[in-house]
Design a binder for this molecule. Structure first.
Ligand SMILES: [Zn+2]
Ligand SMILES: [Zn+2]
Length: 366
């Protein structure tokens, strides 16, 4: 009599499903970028909205009169326009003695070519090595002699300086250095020396908090409610449009990174679904195998009463070498292993001929 003991167990041949490091990294990066882009988009949208709501004032005696009757003598966020005038002696350009300004920046930048393995090209990169700022107090002057003192201009966004001197110092190299650069993937191109100035007489659009102090002087300063402070050579419309475009750009980047994140999620989900599908199919196949095995065992015990217990010397599974061979692998037809070892196979290939296993059936030796 032949007895089959079926021990249900998980198929060992299945690898456990796991999210790969690349997927996790891509998902994390797109999540973080989406967060950053959302924040920047929101911030520039708020700035545009505030710019739209900011009242415009002509810089003349009426502004003072208005502030005198305004509570707190303060306009929280207002747009004014005026010409730059130094309060005392102006600054002189180091390179052009005829240029005067109120704000002067010296910038030394290093330009390098860095080899990018990703795009297979040399990319131009720059790094600020040194920056120095000189400043003298200045005002914005209106049509009559009304002036507004500009407070903390360095906090202001917007383009308000012009390049007054630009010089590039080319780097030169010997042969040894060139080889070194090739190996390290970094080539210094040279140094860029810049002088930028906010020139006397420039017309500036200023957006910020306007106050009238007790001495009757007007000042423009960074808004106390955290709104963006602007000093720009562009007119108000251009300034608004630039910020509007910026907000649109952040939105585009936000959508792109969110889409990339969803694509990664979709891909991982698809992989997981395939993994589950293979698992269901294997389980179904195992159930079918066991059912047939039991059915055949019943038929055999009804028929012959021979002692089917094989000591397994010539019939042992080629993998575990202990249990009897009890399954036939199709399509190759090899009878070489036990069902437990078949289920533990990593790849569904016949251990004898390496052909793909399409189906497995119980097998009995009479
Ligand atoms: Zn075996
Ligand atoms: Zn085979």
């Amino acid at each position: 009599m032949c007895a089959f003991v079926v021990v249900p167990r998980q198929p060992e041949g299945m690898e456990e499903f796991s999210v790969s490091i690349t997927e996790a990294a891509c998902l994390g990066a797109s999540l973080a970028l989406s967060g950053i882009f959302y924040y920047l988009h929101k911030k520039s949208r708020t700035t545009v909205k505030k710019l739209d709501n900011a009242p415009h004032f002509a810089l003349d005696g009426k502004l003072k009169d208005l502030l005198k009757v305004t509570p707190g003598a303060c306009l929280r966020y207002a747009v004014i326009e005026g010409t730059v005038k130094p309060v005392g002696e102006p600054l002189t350009s180091h390179f052009h003695k005829e240029i005067f300004g109120v704000l002067q920046k010296f910038i030394l930048k290093e330009h390098r070519l860095v080899w990018s393995g990703l795009s297979r090209t040399w990319l131009d990169t720059e790094r600020v090595l040194h920056e120095r700022v000189n400043m003298v107090p200045f005002v914005l002057a209106g049509s009559d002699e009304t002036t507004v003192k500009v407070v903390s201009p360095l906090y202001a966004a917007g383009n308000h300086t012009e390049i007054t001197n630009e010089k590039f110092h080319q780097a030169t190299f010997g042969f040894g250095e060139l080889v070194g650069q090739y190996l390290s993937g970094e080539k210094p191109k040279g140094l860029l020396e810049l002088e930028e100035m906010l020139k006397v007489g420039t017309t500036l659009t200023g957006v910020g908090e306007v106050i009238l102090d007790t001495d009757g002087n007007l000042s423009l300063r960074p808004p106390s409610d955290g709104s963006q402070y602007f000093l720009s050579m562009a007119d108000f419309e251009t300034l608004r449009r630039e910020n509007d475009n910026m907000a649109a750009w952040w939105k585009v980047l936000l959508v792109a990174s969110a889409l990339a994140g969803s694509a990664v999620l979709f891909w991982a989900g698809l992989r997981y679904y395939r993994h589950l599908k293979v698992r269901w199919e294997r389980e179904k196949e195992n159930r079918e195998f066991v059912r047939r095995q039991n059915q055949d065992a019943r038929l055999r015990s009804d028929g012959a009463d021979e002692d089917g217990a094989d000591d397994g010397s010539g019939n042992a599974c080629v993998i575990c070498l202990s249990r009897p061979r009890d399954c036939i692998l199709l399509d190759c037809g090899h009878v070489c292993c036990c069902h437990a070892c078949f289920r533990a196979l990593h790849h569904r290939k016949c251990p004898i001929c390496r052909q793909d296993i399409v189906r497995v059936l119980p097998f009995y030796q009479p």
